[in-house]
Design a protein around this ligand. Structure first.
Ligand code: SAH
Length: 398
């Protein structure tokens, strides 16, 4: 059977010639052929020229996800083998393929594979599939991984809500080889960290913060540190490693704290962990007159859709206010935001407003995103989500 054609409306082809991978229904004129969900289709400009090739899904707002700009060639095993190999070469160049280390091996759009996220934790891989087209080719992807990475085991993780958005029927579970029986130990910049691949948040560990944790850690030397939203202890562990005077870490999840405690004791650090709701706990500590030499705020995603952006901005404003109020003069503040719908400029704008109100002067030391094993495709910049600001906060009254 020949491949169906998805024909664009007039003047809608430009982003796709520019290699944007997402085709929304509003750009489509009609379909020639009768593709099933997950089938390969060729995207055709209104004038009749083939533009790109991708997978069709009538159940998704991303009606077609594009993968190849050689519309005449099939998206087959050889295609995936080459794309995944290309992704692995980057991690190799970054020095992240140490057998005991961890890294993001494939970063969805950033590696030209929209809907495929693969993390490596030592010999184990976790795979997330958020596109129906790729989910239908799961076995092919696994075969490529066996050939390229030779893992000990591959475990499938699913993201809440995504199955519904894409009409996917996937469950967490092993897809190949050994299944990790408990937290897996990985190395990160001189630390040994346990990541829970089968139950943990994300795919077990926040690999995206790797480099930000190291810079924050360096600045924590000799300071009293408060790591709110600590999860398995990432920032807190780095602060302790670089000689912080004391480290307090907060999270509302008991499971996260268990893992964080295990990580601290395994590395020989004494970190004070508390189960707490961060907004209330920071307010309480402020009322009690507590001050810290460094405050780290790495909250979960506040804005999941456009309608939630205003509330999310208010949340970040409140957090920054509390964070700054808890700082000693010349203290360091780390603020992260993983809501893709909020731009770096908006985050900085809030910092400016809050610091003016509180009469503080803020020096931006570093404004980064995720570590480089989370590349962002220049043609799909909206897939970059993480923002991290590291700042020194001075008292203006002095
Ligand atoms: N900084 C961590 C990642 C943080 S993820 C790292 O480097 O690994 C965000 C964490 O915030 C999660 O562990 C989640 O359990 C926690 N969390 C979310 N909302 C919270 C709240 N209101 N109070 C306390 N913890 C919260």
């Amino acid at each position: 059977m020949s491949v169906a054609h998805v024909v664009l409306l007039p003047k809608k082809a430009r982003p796709f010639y520019g290699r944007h991978p997402w085709v929304f229904p509003g750009a489509i004129s009609h379909i020639e052929g009768d593709p099933e969900d997950g089938d390969e289709v060729i995207l055709i400009a209104h004038g009749g020229q083939p533009v790109a090739r991708g997978f069709f899904n009538s159940q998704s707002k991303l009606r077609v996800r594009l993968y190849s700009w050689k519309p005449e060639l099939p998206i087959d095993r050889a295609f995936f083998h080459e794309k995944i190999s290309e992704a692995v070469r980057l991690r190799d160049d970054l020095g992240l393929m140490d057998p005991d280390g961890a890294c993001r091996l494939v970063n969805s759009e950033g590696d030209g594979l929209s809907g495929l996220t693969i993390d490596r934790f030592g010999g184990w891989l976790t795979v997330q599939l958020t596109s129906l087209g790729l989910a239908k080719r799961k076995d092919m992807i696994v075969e490529c991984l066996l050939d390229i990475v030779r893992p000990r085991g591959i475990y499938l993780r699913t993201e809440k809500g995504v199955s519904q958005l894409e009409g996917l029927d996937l469950r967490d579970g092993p897809v190949w080889g050994e299944e990790p029986t408990g937290p897996v130990r990985i190395k990160e910049a001189g630390l040994e960290i346990f990541a829970h691949l089968t139950e943990g948040q994300k795919t077990g560990y926040y690999l995206d913060q790797r480099d930000n944790r190291q810079l924050a850690g360096r600045l924590a030397h000799g300071r009293t540190v408060l790591d709110a939203f600590c999860y398995s202890g990432g920032f807190a562990l780095h602060a302790a490693k670089s000689g912080a005077k004391s480290v307090v870490a907060l999270d509302q999840s008991e499971g996260a704290l268990d893992l964080a405690r295990k990580n601290a004791s395994h590395n020989g650090f004494s970190i004070e962990f508390h189960k707490a709701e961060v907004f209330a706990e920071l307010a309480r500590r402020k009322e009690a007159g507590e001050k810290y030499g460094m405050v780290i705020l790495d909250p979960p995603k506040f804005a999941r859709h456009r309608g939630a952006v205003e509330d999310a901005l208010a949340g970040y404003r409140r957090l920054q206010t509390l964070g700054i109020e808890l700082l000693e003069p010349e203290g360091y503040l780390v603020i992260c935001c993983c809501s893709g719908l909020i731009a770096m400029e908006q985050l900085e704008e809030i910092v400016q407003q809050v610091s003016t109100t509180l009469k503080r002067e803020v020096q931006l030391l570093s404004r980064t995103g995720a570590a480089p094993d989370h590349p962002i495709s220049i043609t799909c910049r909206e897939s970059g989500y993480l923002k991290c600001l590291i700042m020194r906060v001075l008292d203006k009254s002095r």
